[in-house]
Design a protein around this ligand. Sequence first.
Ligand code: KIV
Length: 289
Amino acid sequence: MNASSPSPAQNQASTATLYGGVTNRRVTVRDLAAAKQRGEKWAMLTAYDALTAGVFDEAGIPVLLVGDSAGNCHLGYETTVPVTMDQMVMLSAAVVRGTRRSMIVADLPFGSYQESPAQAMHNAARLMKDAGVGAVKLEGGERSARSIELLVEAGIPVMAHIGLTPQSVHAFGGYPVQGRGDEAAHQLLRDAKAVQQAGAFAVVLEAVPAELAAQVTEQLAIPTVGIGGGPDTDAQVLVWTDMAGMTAGRVPKFVKQYANLRAVLGDAAREFAEDVRGGAFPAEEHSFH
Ligand code: KIV
């Protein structure tokens, strides 16, 4: 190999499919940049515990997000607002321990970065050092650019999140679609460019019209990750409990349910209880003598 030919690792990053080409290491921001270059779309799922994260890692999901959606989907809160740094560190560390190849991105929860870039730095460093994640995510476009810049300067990969930002649920008065109308669309474009300029390696576009998400995706050099952003973003993310049918009640319009885990688990629990009541469990093969 001469100085100008790529190393096997570089070659892997630029020519192989994203996860299929990453066999014995974690996916990196360089792999994601290379995927955008070659037009390869990728999937991201949330994860909040080691076992579920391990299943997604083995299934070839290149990026797992320890989202502060843990608030609603794992910890039983109504919104993401109450989630704390201690909870995010604990959940993120479990997801890191349960995986080998997926890049793990952890959310900075509400109140852990809005005060100042210094506060963002302090808490992002906790997620990197105490939980071992590979990147952090924070909400906000132009308003978060200075914090993103500081983290990136410090060597912390940052995924940005614009459009519908669930930590602002009380300011939005719910979860309305964002970017509708000329002024809102221009603001979304400004936000997208601001986070790219600040050094974010990717940006989540949540609940925005498909045409606008397509426009942002075309204008940015970094990957866009859509959730309710139509088919033209570089990647798609879903909350895993929505995707697998664990969520109770209604799910947002943009969710596709690929399984009905809630029914499967409920049936298993009912059958177990029935076996215990009827004496069918434990059977001889489950007993020690
Ligand atoms: O917390 C989360 O799960 C998220 C996704 C919806 C992108 O931010």
